[in-house]
Design a protein around this ligand. Structure first.
Ligand code: ADP
Ligand code: MG
Ligand code: ZN
Length: 482
């Protein structure tokens, strides 16, 4: 069977580290990057006789996420022990949730090639993270700082049909988690990670094929690459007339391939059972309603509002709502009197360019909305040209000084003195008699050339509007004289 005749079925299991200050069952700090084993206590290193105490904030954050992802919040859920042995898990079991998770049956709408596609969410449950093994030559070391950090596991239905959709889902999910402030979404540091389940089936078939699960994916790009590779691999196996074995595979970003880790036969039997050290979690309708009221405006709603309220095109609205920090910055500038579309243009243009140059995120943006609005005012008043404004903006970005100060100090004020501009025009025209001839013979596009020359001569300070106007007058006027 040829390649085009298969379709891929994908479901994601996403782990998101919650932004609580302390761990899920003890008071240890969750700060990333501390010296190994400095953020541990008898509870999170699994000493005998200790008891876990549930961090309410972790529950709250999970419910927030569940509500934002249109889930049903379970009135009654409980924790379960997932038993397995590994050096980074000193207790010998992970406290997780099994048959009664906190949130169930939701969805997230993503946009893909201009269409909206709904991806179902099976469940969201809360669990503790394990520690980390560090393999160092002949030794292996264990760092338990991460042991007991609260994790949310979000499991999608097998509704995803392409690597691109999978990456888009991850992006939109990350955006929501960041809007909610429940997870920083840092994939490099592992606070958001994804296992991808994938199978292929002949187009037209209604049954699912045997799936493999790819672990260890830590960027949007790798979600796409790993799935592309794995789909290709599965199709080749089927085309050879062989069968896919259900297994866990590891994504290797160096070779950009997936490697078999363990097959179903070697899969763990976790012997789940209800966690006896924790009482079940009961959540009333009132509590859920109360939490619902604290939810922020979510990205999709914001996009719609920005289009309606500020008349932004869809593309611009999506751009400025990508991060909550951008949206807030944008709205502050608008409230200070800037024209919404103009502000969006500066965000998408110069500001993004400068941030990208330094590989910085928007949170590190040194320009205040006040400074941009003052700069826009200088343009509107005719004090500086659009072109000079870009130079000033860059200077504001680099030095943090006010636009007015920079304009004054560098003598960047736009020249509106007509006799000065006329003298410059004459100088330019005198130097280019051939072009003047051609212009007068009907080659009107040469006007741009003349404007450019005058702007160059005046070091960009002449008012472009005036230059245009006076040039036309001069070129036509003198032509008529002849
Ligand atoms: P398991 O019990 O093997 O972990 P689950 O039913 O819990 O499987 O599903 C885990 C993930 O795999 C979910 O995201 C689900 O959507 C996805 N999934 C299930 N069956 C398939 C399949 N045949 N192909 C691709 N993904 C699948
Ligand atoms: Mg599973
Ligand atoms: Zn601890």
């Amino acid at each position: 069977m040829a390649k085009g005749q298969y379709e891929a079925i994908i479901g994601l299991e996403i782990h998101a580290q919650l932004l609580t200050e302390s761990k899920i069952f003890c008071g240890c700090s969750t700060t990333f990057g501390a010296e190994p084993n400095t953020q541990v206590c008898p509870v999170c290193i699994g000493m005998p006789g200790v008891l876990p105490v549930l961090n309410n904030k972790a529950v709250l954050y999970t419910i927030k996420t569940g509500l934002a992802l249109n889930c049903r919040i379970s009135p009654y859920s409980r924790f379960a022990r997932k038993n397995y042995f590994y050096p980074d898990l000193p207790k010998g079991y992970q406290i997780s949730q099994y048959e009664l998770p906190l949130c169930e049956d939701g969805y997230l709408d993503i946009e893909i090639d201009g269409d909206i596609k709904r991806i179902g969410i099976i469940r969201i449950h809360l669990e503790e993270d394990a520690g980390k093994n560090i393999h160092d030559g002949e030794h292996s070391l264990v760092d338990l700082n991460r042991a007991g950090v609260p994790l949310m596991e979000i499991v999608t239905r097998p509704d995803i049909r392409s690597p691109k959709e999978a990456a888009q889902f991850m992006k939109r999910l990350r955006q929501i988690l960041r809007y909610l402030g429940v997870c920083d979404g840092n994939m490099e540091q592992g606070s958001l990670r994804c296992d991808a389940n994938v199978s292929v089936r002949p187009v037209g078939s209604t049954e699912f094929g045997v799936k493999t699960e790819i672990k260890n994916i830590n960027s949007f790009r790798f979600v796409e690459k790993a799935l592309e590779y794995e789909i290709e691999r599965q199709i080749k196996v089927l085309d050879r007339g062989e069968r896919i074995i259900q297994e866990t595979r590891l994504w290797d970003s160096k070779t950009e391939t997936t490697q078999s880790m363990r097959s179903k036969e070697e899969a763990h039997d976790y012997r789940y059972f209800p966690e006896p050290d924790l009482v079940p979690v009961e959540i009333s309708k009132e509590t859920v309603e109360g939490i619902k009221r604290t939810l922020p405006e979510l990205p999709q709603q914001k996009v719609e509002r920005f289009m309606k309220q500020y008349g932004l095109p869809a593309y611009d609205a999506m751009f400025v709502t990508e991060e909550l920090s951008i949206a807030e910055w944008f709205e502050r500038a608008v409230n200070l009197g800037g024209a919404p579309k103009t502000i969006a243009n500066w965000i998408m243009g110069e500001l993004s360019r400068l941030l990208n140059e330094e590989n910085k995120g928007f949170e590190e943006n040194p320009v205040t909305p006040e400074a941009l609005v003052r700069l826009l005012k200088l343009i509107d008043e005719g004090t500086i040209s659009q072109k000079i404004a870009k130079t000033v903006f860059e200077e504001v970005y680099k030095t943090g000084r006010s636009p007015e100060e920079i304009v004054r100090e560098k003598g960047l004020i736009q020249i509106t003195d007509e006799s000065f501009i006329e003298r410059s025009i004459e100088e330019v025209l005198n130097k280019a008699p051939k072009e003047v001839e051609r212009y007068r013979a009907g080659e009107e596009k040469l006007l741009g050339f003349f404007v450019g020359q005058v702007m160059k001569l005046t070091k960009g300070k002449a008012s472009p509007g005036l230059v245009n106007e006076l040039l036309k007058k001069k070129l036509i006027g003198e032509g008529e004289k002849r």
